[in-house]
Ligand binder design. Structure first.
Ligand SMILES: Cc1ncc(COP(=O)(O)O)c(C=O)c1O
Length: 250
C-alpha cells in the first residue's frame, strides 16, 4: 500500500517522518542497536533522549520520563499503581473505553461518562465523589475526536485529590500541555511524531503519595524511576525504544 503523504490522527496507516530512514541507517552503521545497555555510552543516549523529550514538551522539574513497552502497559500500570478503588473515565471511543475496561478487569470499581463514538467532551458535567484517578484520552484515535485543551486543564481545580492522567498517544507532539494542570501524560512516537517504533513516556509526579500495600506493582513504578532517572540500566527491555528515539531526534 502506498502510504506516502498520509498524515492522520486515526489508526493509520500514517506517513513516517522523511528523515527516519537515514537515522536508522546511521544507527545500524554505528552499531547502536547492538550496544550494551550497561555501558556509559548507552546511559548518555538515554539521558539525551530524556532531556530531548523534556525540552520538546516543556516538561517541568519534578516530572520523570519513562520509556515503556506500550500504551497498554501504561493503562495497566497506572491503574495498578495509582488506584485503590475508583477511577473515572471519559469514554468516547475504542481506546478510552479500553482504559476503562482494563480498570474493571484489574478489580477496581471504575466509573465512566460516555458519549457516542464521534462525539467529544467540552465541559465537566458533574463531579464524581472519591475519584482517585481521572483518565482522559486527548485524541480518541478510533474516531479522531480531540478534547479541547481548556477542558483537559479544567479538572485539576475541581478534583483536588485526584490524579489527572492523559492518554496523548496519537496527538503528541502537537498539544501544548500545562503540566501544573495534569499529573501524568503518556504518548507514543509512531503516530503524531511520525517515527517507527513506539517508545512511550510517562510523567507521573505524585506517585509517592499513592503507595498502598495491596498493590505490589508499585515496585515497578519505583523501578522505572530507578532505571530512567537514576541510571540503573539493569534491564534491556526498553533500550531499543530509547535508542530509536535518540537516533531520530539527533
Ligand atoms: C489513544 C490510544 N491509546 C492507547 C493505545 C494503545 O497503544 P498500544 O497498542 O501501543 O498499547 C493506542 C493505540 O493506537 C491509542 O491510539
Amino acid at each position: 500500500m502506498n502510504t506516502k503523504g498520509i498524515v492522520n490522527f486515526t489508526p493509520g496507516p500514517s506517513q513516517i517522518y522523511f528523515t527516519v530512514e537515514d537515522h536508522m541507517r546511521a544507527a545500524f552503521k554505528e552499531g547502536i542497536p547492538s550496544l550494551s545497555h550497561r555501558t556509559s555510552e548507552f546511559e548518555r543516549i538515554s539521558q539525551r533522549a530524556t532531556e530531548g523529550v523534556k525540552e520538546l514538551l516543556g516538561v517541568p522539574v519534578g516530572f520523570h520520563v519513562f520509556f515503556t513497552s506500550s500504551a497498554t502497559e501504561i493503562w495497566e500500570r497506572s491503574i495498578q499503581n495509582l488506584v485503590i478503588n475508583k477511577s473515572l473515565h471519559y469514554v468516547n471511543g475504542a481506546f478510552s473505553k479500553r482504559y476503562f475496561e482494563i480498570a474493571a478487569q484489574l478489580g477496581k470499581s471504575p466509573v465512566k461518562f460516555e458519549v457516542p463514538q464521534g462525539k467529544g467532551f467540552s465541559v465537566i458535567e458533574s463531579i464524581e465523589q472519591d475519584v482517585e484517578l481521572i483518565a482522559l484520552t486527548h485524541n480518541e484515535t478510533s474516531t479522531g475526536v480531540s478534547l479541547p485543551m481548556n477542558f483537559v486543564h479544567s479538572f485539576k481545580e475541581k478534583y483536588k485529590d485526584a490524579l489527572i492522567v492523559v492518554d496523548s498517544v496519537s496527538s503528541i507532539p502537537y498539544p501544548q500541555y500545562d503540566f501544573s494542570k495534569i499529573d501524568s501524560l503518556f504518548f507514543s512516537v509512531q503516530k503524531g511524531f511520525g517515527l517507527l517504533f513506539p517508545p512511550y513516556c510517562n510523567t507521573p509526579k505524585k506517585i509517592r503519595h499513592r503507595k498502598h500495600p495491596t498493590c505490589w506493582e508499585f515496585i515497578y513504578w519505583v523501578k522505572y524511576v530507578k532505571i530512567f532517572c537514576e541510571g540503573e540500566f539493569k534491564s534491556s527491555e526498553r533500550k531499543q525504544n530509547i535508542k530509536q528515539l535518540f537516533y531520530t531526534r539527533h
